[in-house]
Design a binder for this molecule. Structure first.
Ligand SMILES: [Cu+2]
Length: 169
């Protein structure tokens, strides 16, 4: 009987502890996600202007950096070095839902270097088309906090050739 009473008391104390312990932090700011060290695919340097280099090599449809973290409002300067065997570009769109319409429309936009004029409202920034061996530079102001996909719109590469710019406060 004494044992049961003690167990009850212990339970009440545990419940009371969780009920009355204040939340830690409390500022309402979600912590930034952790990024794996090994990926080597992001930049977190915060200066007024951040310059990064993105490279594509060989026949793979990919960017050497597929995740960029940058501060909203700063100028991000991307040097895109195309060491691959094909042409590529970098097109930054407003949201995930823009990838497909921009990618599909680009298939009929050869005359404008694969930038579809009718979908410009979905595009935030874009580079020149980089032919094999070319380096192109793309500069833009990092948009408000959020996630912005970037894709290659050359010849249906958009289905695989993607990255994400994560704008943080
Ligand atoms: Cu491409």
């Amino acid at each position: 009987m004494k044992g049961i009473a003690l167990a009850c008391l212990a339970s009440i104390l545990i419940i009371a502890f969780f009920l009355f312990t204040p939340d830690s932090g409390g500022a309402g700011i979600a912590p930034l996600p952790e990024w794996p060290e090994s990926v080597g695919r992001m930049y977190t340097e915060f200066t007024d202007t951040t310059e990064i280099e993105i490279v594509s090599k060989g026949v793979e449809l990919s960017y050497s950096i597929s995740e960029i973290r940058a501060k909203a409002g700063e100028v991000l300067r991307i040097r895109y070095i195309n060491e691959s065997d094909m042409s590529h570009n970098i097109v930054l769109v407003r949201e995930e839902a823009d990838i497909r319409p921009v990618g599909i429309a680009a298939l009929q936009a050869m005359a404008t270097d694969w930038i579809p004029e009718k979908e410009m409202h979905r595009i935030l920034a874009y580079s020149d088309l980089a032919y094999s061996g070319d380096t192109v530079v793309l500069s833009f102001k990092v948009p408000p906090p959020g996630t912005y996909p970037y894709i290659c719109t050359y010849s249906a590469h958009w289905t695989q050739m993607q990255g994400r710019l994560i704008s943080i406060e």
